[in-house]
Ligand binder design. Structure first.
Ligand code: SF4
Length: 546
């Protein structure tokens, strides 16, 4: 990704155009950036971290909420200024903002030369002027690089073999078939994915989904990588426009995910995080029952994979089979991110999600019983239209009782095209902000207690490198910290070591606790993370049990 300052010599490297990327938003968007960088790299471009010397600048945008949109626009404007002042000859805007404001972007920011939506990642080649040097296929793959919709095999035939055969591995891994869930088809008929109310957006919903044959240039740190196992979402959440931006839910082929995981581990990756808007729906469109549990089961068997985790779980799709699978495999992180969005019944009903505090507490009990010591993360939206003081109090009571390890709170953002946009009773922004801060304060106290309870305990820590805060410390994560999302473990004492190696696992003892971060000293190196075990007594009392 792009950095400014201390650039190398200006000019194209041996005729190869230099491309600089700004990737904004969530890990799903990051994977899209990695795919576009991979396509460009294979087509002959050089990916550079130096914005000043790039010939082509790409901003991969996020459009989830107002704040994300503003950040995207700011990044585009900054790159437009660089283009005007520097050596860049092209500015390309990609991602969710394009799906939302395709025409408007080029009309209002004339420095933008081309736009690439989430459903047309391969068009990055044409946008960069590299279409003639189309990416060569992987010589080991029997399939060519995906075409526009990403669904054809080497002969241009869609492979639609599903279910048992896919699981048995009796076929060669093939690109994704065109498939959808009954629920998605029904919601499409009801207008869930419609963009009619959006000026400047294309009518075509994205269908693209990369697979194991697509080149991808990893941008994550050291030993950690994401795999996107599904794209789109069929849920009807009334505040959310992600389905309008990303299309209907669709899963990647089972063996395609396995092949990619095996390749990443062979390249040195030790931690894989599976991502999708709702990973717990994985495989339903492919005819798989309990698809995520089956996939985890298979991936856990990949030799050399030390940590495996997934983001995000839909609350009513956490099955006994899924929990049993997490508990059974030593290398599946004892970690669950389940965005609940609220806890008051009436608000959840208006959000078109259902559930409520009691049901959620029951689910959390079930999760903690099935996987003792599991770390739980959630996120909430405060200030949804019609949210009363009583609703907010119910949410606070729930948070106090649920005692999550990690929690995010979003201020409600009124998104045109969402069902909630048309609701009249909006909560004033001042009240929303007040509630957001109050809920975060409540969680801060809970987190502080959780962190303190860990002092004196030892954990396996995946070392990431120098701390982002200060070069005097290093940082890493336990299996209870997802990459880039949760707190971190700061290492101020390397124990018997002169230096640590990023990407390796070390046994560390917690010596101090902050509100969200731990401070630890290194005890010894472990060739791979030790099995998590309640009997060991080292993790069981980690303060995550209630
Ligand atoms: S589950 Fe709901 S909030 Fe999450 S992406 Fe789908 S529609 Fe949006």
């Amino acid at each position: 990704m792009l950095r400014k300052g201390a650039p190398p010599a200006v000019g194209q490297a041996q005729g190869r155009p230099r491309v600089g990327f700004v990737s904004l938003g969530c890990p799903k968007n990051l994977v899209d950036s990695e795919v576009m960088m991979g396509l460009l790299d294979r087509a002959g471009a050089e990916i550079t971290p130096h914005a000043e010397t790039a010939d082509i600048l790409v901003v991969n945008t996020c459009s989830f909420i107002d704040k994300a949109k503003q950040e995207s626009v700011d990044a585009i404007l900054e790159m437009a200024r660089l283009k005007t002042a520097g050596s860049a000859r092209k500015l390309i805007v990609a991602g969710c903002l394009v799906e939302r404001y395709r025409d408007e972007i080029q009309k209002n920011i004339p420095e933008v030369d081309a736009v690439v939506g989430t459903g047309e990642l391969e068009k990055i080649l044409a946008a960069a002027g590299l279409e003639g040097q189309r990416a060569a296929p992987d010589p080991e793959s029997p399939f060519r690089i995906l075409n526009g919709n990403g669904h054809a095999d080497a002969n241009g035939h869609a492979d639609v073999r599903l279910g048992k055969e896919a699981l048995a591995g009796t076929h060669k891994a093939a690109p994704n078939p065109v498939a959808s869930r009954h629920e998605g088809d029904r919601r499409e008929a009801q207008g869930r994915f419609s963009r009619k109310s959006w000026d400047g957006a294309g009518a075509q919903l994205p269908q693209y989904l990369y697979d194991h044959t697509t080149p991808r240039m990893r941008a994550t740190k050291g030993a950690s990588a994401y795999i996107k196992i599904a794209e789109g979402c069929d849920h009807p959440c009334s505040f959310c426009v992600i389905p309008n931006l990303r299309g209907k839910f669709r899963s990647r082929r089972f063996e395609s995910v396995v092949t990619e995981a095996e390749r990443l581990v062979a390249e040195g990756v030790r931690e894989i995080t599976l991502i999708g808007q709702d990973t717990t729906c994985y495989g339903e469109d492919l005819g798989l029952k309990d698809g995520l549990a089956l996939l985890l089961d298979r991936l856990a068997a990949v030799e050399g994979l030390t940590w495996l985790r997934f983001l995000y779980a839909y609350p009513n799709r956490i099955t006994g089979r899924l929990l049993e699978t997490i508990a059974r495999h030593e290398n599946i992180c004892k970690y669950l991110d389940v965005p609940l969005q609220h806890a008051s019944g009436p608000v959840l009903k208006a959000m078109k999600r259902g559930g409520g505090a009691e049901i959620f507490l029951k689910t959390l009990r079930k999760v903690r019983e099935a996987v003792p010591g599991i770390a739980l993360r959630t996120s909430f939206i405060v200030g949804f239209p019609g949210e009363t003081d009583a609703d907010f109090e119910a949410l606070c009571d729930f948070v106090a009782e649920a005692r999550f390890d990690w929690m995010g709170v979003f201020a409600y953002s009124d998104e045109e095209g969402s069902k909630a946009f048309d609701v009249g009773a909006k909560v004033p922004k001042r009240v929303i902000e007040h509630r957001r801060r109050a809920l975060m304060r409540l969680q801060k106290g809970i987190s502080r207690q959780n962190m303190r309870a860990r002092i004196g305990q030892t954990f396996d820590v995946l070392v990431e490198g120098e701390s982002e805060e200060t070069p005097l410390l290093w940082q890493g994560r336990t299996q209870h910290h997802a990459p880039e999302i949760d707190g971190s473990v700061l290492l101020n004492d390397f124990g018997p070591f002169e230096a640590l190696t990023p990407g390796r696992f070390y046994r560390c003892e917690v010596t101090e606790a902050h509100d969200y971060d731990l401070v630890a000293r290194v005890v010894e190196e472990v060739s791979e993370a030790r099995p998590w075990s309640v009997e060991s007594g080292e993790v069981a009392g980690a303060g995550v049990l209630v």
